[in-house]
Design a protein around this ligand. Structure first.
Ligand code: ADP
Ligand code: MG
Ligand code: ZN
Length: 607
């Protein structure tokens, strides 16, 4: 669209330039007077004329005094006609140079035909141009079905990725080691009558290194790697997805042994029949084509299809049948050792200051994925460069951790003293309550500098990685969340819009306690509501109710009561330690942030 308007502009400019040129050449009459024929006769008779030039139907008369006059005659009338028809003294003409430049065809063409022709030429040119555009689009549409898979394996210039580049994920690597073996040495397995696996499904949260691992397998086995993303299949035209699959596999067969990697397969491989409207026909066709292709491999075809998804729960069961993606490799979020190893890999080309311990960074980054960690080190490097330092220090890395979690600091945001005070009490409330409860994570940092959308923040990170949470931990976390609301209530007597995000968190946590984990005595050990996958107008509609109206009311009551009791507990704690709250607020208002050491100091002081 942009190039179209650009071309238009170009056409206009050219047109104007041409018009300007024409007018410049054919109207050089700046200082030329136009006079009548009778005047010409007078000039001749008075012998004032030096030279007469006749061109087409204009007569240019150069006078002896240097002036130039222009006379226009009729087209049909020649100059000699004029001499004959008017009373011109023929003797006097003898002294005058008369030059006749008869070129009527040229002047007729330029003067009369061209002005008519120009618009036609322009319109014709425009139509031709539009036709070309449309045809271009058509051609592109035709080629949609092909040549989309990128063959990374054959780009030899690119650095090959091996298992060395993937830190952690030990189990996943072991599983995939087998695939590498199949690709390198298929005979060994075939001679024993073993069937070579066709499909491997990599499952894991975003950023855990699924794509990286698939590349590493290709790199280890030294085979071509065809990469396509599920979302690329789903295009405007029905049937394109299926033809792309066909083309992809054709290419792969020519290059076997090789790896076909389908990233984000959930975009096409969702359970069939679950969608309402939209592109779901297209998805079904694409999915069917993938299945057909995979079933069509004979044992000699040494192609391994790898696919990645972070939503294994929504995949069509047909994909998971034996003979298809029957190998499943789960990639977890990295634990503390893996995080340290991943950090080491990404710190290879970054000069770190001596005081940086990657172990400490790993400790502070529970829940980060590999991609998050890479991003973290990158942010730290950028921050260091902007401060014109030579080495990445501890402060840069720590402040980047917060940036990755909460978004960039907004130091420039102008906050009134009053709002600052409210934020300080709010965050102090979270920190105080969090500190006083037994089952909460230690407070790492309190800040009233706004970050991302948060006005201030209190960071509490677990000492070690955690997968299981007890009911008391869940309830204490809820109480800590309510700490901000409680502090505002106690100090100012009313709340602001600030804690609305806290309330959302509190509500979904309480709901999970009741409906997902069966932690509520009254409702007992069961789940309520079934998560369901439905696509309607691009939106996912979750949860089917599998309980009665009466239960639904009870669930609501229990959720409210859990939140309320957490709130009351928070109020109790704050009231009991009001002096500590004031102390924290005082430091916060003076320094804006409190680090863990200082916080523990404040809390251990006896007042
Ligand atoms: P996914 O496909 O699972 O969403 P990617 O494979 O695209 O994740 O990972 C994104 C980036 O994160 C990788 O390019 C890599 O730099 C980094 N990364 C993720 N996991 C690891 C890991 N285990 N070791 C080293 N780097 C990793
Ligand atoms: Mg990926
Ligand atoms: Zn809060």
């Amino acid at each position: 669209m942009k190039s179209l308007s650009k071309n238009f502009l170009l056409i206009f400019i050219v047109f104007f330039a041409l018009a300007a040129l024409f007018s410049f050449i054919y109207n050089p009459n700046q200082k030329i007077d136009v006079v009548g024929i009778n005047q010409l006769i007078t000039y001749v008779n008075n012998e004032e004329i030096n030279k007469i030039e006749v061109e087409g139907n204009t007569i240019m008369v150069s006078l002896k005094n240097g002036e130039i006059k222009k006379i226009t005659k009729e087209n049909t009338e020649s100059f000699s006609d004029i001499v004959a028809n008017y009373q011109i003294d023929k003797n006097k003409l003898n002294n005058i140079d008369i030059i006749i430049k008869e070129d009527p065809s040229k002047s007729i063409f330029l003067g009369t035909i061209l002005p008519f022709l120009i618009p036609f030429i322009l319109i014709a040119g425009f139509i031709w141009f539009m036709m070309r555009q449309v045809q271009g689009a058509n051609n592109r549409a035709m080629s949609f079905g092909q040549a989309m898979a990128k063959d990374v394996g054959q780009q030899k210039m690119k650095k090959k990725i091996t298992f060395m580049d993937v830190a952690g994920a030990k189990e996943a690597k072991e599983e995939l080691e087998e695939i590498v073996e199949f690709l390198k040495n298929p005979k060994k397995f075939i001679s024993l009558g073993a069937k070579i696996p066709k499909g491997v499904l990599l499952m894991g949260s975003p950023g855990t290194g699924k794509t990286l691992l698939a590349r590493a397998v290709a790199g280890e086995a030294n085979v071509p790697f065809f990469h396509i993303s599920g979302s690329e299949f789903v295009e405007m035209f029905v049937g394109v997805g299926a033809s792309r699959v066909r083309d992809l596999f054709n290419k792969a067969k020519k290059n076997s042994p090789c790896i076909v990697f389908i990233d984000e397969i959930d975009a096409v491989g969702r359970q069939r029949g679950a969608g309402l409207g939209g592109s779901h026909d297209e998805r079904e066709q694409t999915l069917n084509q993938i299945l057909v292709e995979m079933d069509g491999f004979d044992n000699e075809t040494n192609i391994i299809v790898m696919a990645a998804t972070n939503r294994p729960d929504v995949l069509d069961p047909a994909l998971l049948r034996p003979g298809r993606f029957d190998r499943r490799v789960v990639i977890d979020l990295p634990d503390i050792n893996d995080r340290e190893a991943i950090l080491k890999i990404h710190a290879r080309n970054k000069p770190l200051a001596e005081d940086v311990s990657l172990r400490n960074v790993a400790e502070r980054t529970a829940g980060f994925s590999g991609a998050d960690l890479e991003n973290l080190l990158n942010e730290a490097a950028i921050l260091t460069a902007r401060q014109n330092k030579r080495k990445i220090g501890k402060e840069e890395i720590y402040s980047s951790i917060e940036k990755v979690i909460l978004g960039p600091e907004r130091k420039s945001a102008v906050i009134s003293e009053k709002e600052k005070k409210i934020t300080a009490y709010h965050e102090a409330g979270h920190a105080l309550v969090g500190h006083m409860l037994i089952h909460t994570d230690p407070v790492q940092k309190i800040s009233i500098i706004s970050r991302g959308r948060a006005g201030g923040y209190t960071l509490a990170t677990p000492k070690e990685d955690k997968r299981l949470y007890s009911k008391s931990e869940m309830l204490d976390r809820l109480t800590m969340i309510m700490g901000g609301y409680a502090a505002e209530m106690i100090v100012f007597g009313e709340v602001t819009t600030g804690p609305s995000n806290d309330l959302q968190k509190a509500t979904s946590l309480a709901k999970a306690i009741v409906t997902e984990y069966g932690m509520d005595e009254k409702l007992g050990p069961r789940t309520f509501g079934q998560k369901e996958e439905m696509i309607f107008l691009g939106k996912e509609i979750h949860e089917r109710r599998d309980y009665s109206e009466r239960t639904s009311q009870m669930i609501d009551e229990q959720i409210t009561s859990i939140i309320k009791s957490a709130y009351h507990q928070a109020v109790e704690i704050i009231n009991k330690h009001k002096n500590k709250l004031e102390q924290i607020v005082e430091v916060l208002l003076a320094k804006e942030t409190i680090e863990r050491e200082e916080f523990t100091e404040i809390m251990s002081e006896k007042v």
